[in-house]
Design a protein around this ligand. Structure first.
Ligand SMILES: *Cc1c(COP(=O)(O)O)cnc(C)c1O
Length: 398
């Protein structure tokens, strides 16, 4: 018989009643250390007092008015994002996939508005993940997400990761944009080297193409800068964000330079919920914390500490872990054993992590994780690795 919730997820046995910072607590009092952060969403952990206050205060005033009217907090959040980034204008929406849809539509419209209606193709990169809508599964190009959903949305071309020859061979007069995650999230925490991002910027400039960064996972401090593109010293034309900006409240956004944003004239694009007062209250509250002096430096310091300890685990447990991956607190371990087995064993030790492609486990704690909590997580990883090694020894003896 069909379950009340559709069977498209393989959920764990855990259900949580509440959260406190980096910890989640089940109804029967089991405390679990959350190094998954709701898939890089809860950047300030659970029940952060400043976020709780912002949301509850707003909830007493007005929840939703639609985009038929002004939302002053939306203007405020947009201005703050503009001040902190390359962007000149912001569009709010509700999720990462929706932000990417907006980015894709904007790139196509940009060329159409300049008389190049046929210039709509977008180049993406192997191993990419851009969401689960029809256009974003076409952009991601992964067979397992495309199968059974009819013809792939036209206009997406994919090249192998880091293959400049293939990329340049693919670019033609109908290429509108390149779209890339500065660090692949779902794909297995593969970092695009700085020189490669600079090369892509240059390539776009030479061909009049737009550069789109999908910072849905890398954004809002995850890599130790507000946005990952800052590390490369170049900027995209269009950037999608989501996950972290809402701290757990559904919120996404498209950030763009003026020439791109200007094509979204009245009636061209829209969303009913995007930028509603509740989401804007939380988004502003998240920025209050992550933009505070010293916050990013502390993320950078903790990520170095964490990575050193993870490297130690790789040395101690070569049969379980292969290498350290990622940037900032978008960290992970490439596993030798299947990452699903490692994830399940860690859950037994009360540590939540998130599997990714390429046999990686993501360790993506709230950005306000403490040094002590990092130590606890490393202890749990060590214990789980020893348990798994013991299983291997037993398996070999049988
Ligand atoms: C999670 C993610 C998305 C999709 O976001 P949703 O909110 O699930 O639609 C898109 N791009 C990247 C890089 C992501 O990590």
């Amino acid at each position: 018989m069909i379950t009340p919730l559709m069977p498209n997820y393989a959920r764990s046995e855990l259900a949580f009643e509440r959260g406190e910072g980096c910890w989640l607590v089940t109804a029967d009092g089991r405390r679990v250390l959350d190094f998954g952060a709701g898939i890089a969403v809860n950047v300030l952990g659970h029940a952060h007092p400043h976020l709780v206050e912002a949301l509850t205060e707003q909830a007493k005033k007005v929840w939703h008015v639609s985009n038929l009217h002004n939302v002053p907090d939306a203007e405020r959040l947009a201005k703050r994002l503009i001040d902190a980034t390359f962007a000149d204008s912001v569009l709010f929406c509700n999720s990462g996939a929706e932000a990417n849809e907006g980015a894709i539509k904007m790139a196509r419209k940009y060329h159409a508005s300049r008389g190049e209606e046929n210039r709509y193709r977008i180049v993406t990169f192997e191993g990419a993940f851009h969401g689960r809508t029809l256009a974003t599964i076409a952009a991601g190009g992964q067979k397992k997400y495309l199968e059974g959903f009819g013809p792939k949305v036209e206009g997406f071309d994919q090249v192998p990761f880091g293959d400049r020859k293939a990329l340049e061979a693919l670019i033609g007069p109908d290429t509108a944009a390149l779209m890339i995650e500065p660090v692949q999230g779902e794909g297995g925490l593969r970092e695009v080297p700085t020189e490669e991002l600079r090369y892509l910027r240059d390539l776009c400039d030479r061909h009049g193409m737009l550069l789109i960064f999908d910072e849905v996972q890398t954004g809002v401090g995850r890599t130790g800068k507000l946005f990952a593109y800052e590390w490369a010293g170049i900027a995209p034309d269009i950037m999608s964000i989501a996950k972290g900006i809402g701290g757990g409240f559904p919120l996404g956004a498209v950030l763009a330079v003026e020439k791109c944003a200007a094509v979204f004239t009245p009636g061209t694009h829209g969303t009913t919920f995007g930028g509603n007062p509740l989401a804007m209250a939380v988004g502003n509250a998240v920025l209050d914390v992550v933009l505070a002096p010293g916050f990013m430096e502390d993320v950078q310091r903790k990520s170095l500490l964490f990575k050193q300890k993870l490297a130690g685990l790789v040395d101690q447990h070569p049969k379980v872990f292969e290498s350290v991956r990622g940037a900032g607190l978008l960290t992970g371990l490439r596993c030798v054993l299947p990452n699903g087995d490692v994830t399940a064993e860690l859950r037994k030790e009360n540590l939540l992590v998130v599997p990714a492609g390429d046999n990686v486990i993501r360790l993506i704690p709230p950005l306000n994780v403490s040094d002590a909590e990092i130590d606890i997580a490393v202890g749990m990883l060590d214990k789980a690795a020893r348990n798994l090694e013991a299983t291997l020894v037993r398996g070999a003896a049988e």
